[in-house]
Write a protein that binds this ligand. Structure first.
Ligand SMILES: [Cu+2]
Length: 142
């Protein structure tokens, strides 16, 4: 993993027409367990997030959470996350998240997680998000 000191640009800023902010991942206890990461996206044009990769996980999917009539929540994969023009789309604990599966190492608090996001427009954005503690609920606001 990359030490936090290697983080050159924070907060993350726009490239293409999509602005990404408040990205973070939650430290995981075992590499054999899936991990979750969160971020906020805002696109100036209608776009869709269609792919996410990281060198340390075999698979990254956007998950939504649905609660049925019995109050049972389950996660479902979102193949293409819609980013309507000018709308803020938030992935946060309890709701949508990035699910990292088949990790090659556990997410260690204090390191950063590199992510490459691919959009339907063809744009690609590379970001690094901080890995916060297992009990964190989000990055601290200044
Ligand atoms: Cu999930």
């Amino acid at each position: 993993m990359i030490p936090l000191a290697a983080l050159t640009m924070w907060p993350m800023t726009a490239q293409a027409d999509v602005t990404i902010s408040d990205g973070w991942a939650r430290a995981s206890i075992l590499a054999s367990r899936p991990a979750a990461a969160y971020l906020t996206l805002r696109s100036d044009e209608d776009d869709q997030l269609i792919g996410i990769t990281t060198p340390i996980a075999g698979h990254v999917t956007v998950h939504g959470v649905e609660t049925d009539a019995n109050g049972v929540s389950r996660m479902s994969a979102i193949e293409a996350l819609k980013l309507p023009s000018g709308e803020t789309v938030t992935l946060a604990p309890g709701g949508m998240h990035l699910m990292l599966i088949a990790l090659t190492e556990k997410l260690e608090e204090g390191t950063v997680l590199p992510l490459t996001l691919t959009f339907a427009s063809g744009a690609k954005i590379e970001i690094s998000v901080p890995v916060l503690g297992p009990g964190a609920s989000g990055p601290e606001k200044e």
